[in-house]
Design a protein around this ligand. Structure first.
Ligand code: MN
Length: 238
């Protein structure tokens, strides 16, 4: 079932609130969706708190990170995360960038984020970690504030679902808004569970085959959690 553009933009606005409700976004972070009729454009909110985003706050950006907005509004400095990933990954339709807390420890230690349960099989065997020092030197503010840095992040992401950004956060991609939201929420949950499990003892992670099989299974049921998250977000809409 294809959504109308209006429905898609409504879902993008709602996704901002869902990600806040689920502890992925706070005052910072963003989600975008590729333009369904113009693959070299994507929609993202203007520079603002995710919990307040409505359809009227969405604007268009191209795959070089240039904003195209008749009203001259500005969007996030880190829009280049989105522009460079859409340029590198034709399969990606939605991108989430967050600073969700449980993921941070895995970006700054030798501990690798791995699929610990059937809800996080999409993490695959290895979750890549982006080290911005390799591109921006020793004194950067850690932000992806240019297309060149976005490209270096996209390169580390490769064909993965998630990349961690050392000392900063993560980026999660999907084939739809629902897919990217699901993955962003369960990346945070899985990181939290992994930290708890590591305190107890040696962890048995999913095998690569289990990761693939569980990921495929979950991809067929994205609508169920989405409906619940959406209902909750709409109930608290002010
Ligand atoms: Mn950031």
């Amino acid at each position: 079932m294809n959504k109308s553009l209006e429905e898609l933009l409504q879902d993008l606005a709602i996704a901002n609130r869902i990600l806040v409700n689920e502890g992925v976004l706070d005052g910072f972070g963003h989600i975008s969706v590729r333009h369904p009729e113009q693959a070299d454009r994507f929609f993202i909110a203007r520079s603002m708190a995710p919990s307040l985003v409505t359809v009227d706050d969405l604007l268009q950006v191209d795959l070089e990170g240039v904003v195209h907005d008749e009203r001259g509004r500005r969007t996030y400095v880190e829009r280049f995360i989105h522009s460079a990933i859409y340029a590198a990954r034709p399969d990606v339709q939605s991108v989430v960038h967050s600073h969700s807390p449980s993921i941070i420890p895995f970006g700054v230690t030798g501990a690798r984020l791995r699929p610990i349960c059937h809800m996080s099989g999409f993490l695959g065997a290895v979750t890549p970690v982006y080290e911005i020092r390799h591109s921006a030197g020793e004194s950067s503010d850690l932000l992806i504030n240019s297309q060149a840095l976005g490209r270096s992040l996209a390169q580390v992401l490769g064909s993965a679902s998630v990349a961690l950004m050392r000392g900063h956060g993560s980026v999660t991609v999907g084939h739809s808004i629902e897919h990217a939201v699901f993955r962003a929420i369960y990346t945070e949950k899985s990181a939290n569970l992994q930290m708890q499990a590591m305190r107890l003892g040696e962890v048995t992670f999913l095998t690569e085959g289990e990761a693939q099989a569980t990921s495929a299974m979950n991809d067929a049921h994205l609508q169920r959690p989405w409906d619940s998250w959406k209902r909750h977000a709409l109930k608290n809409w002010d």
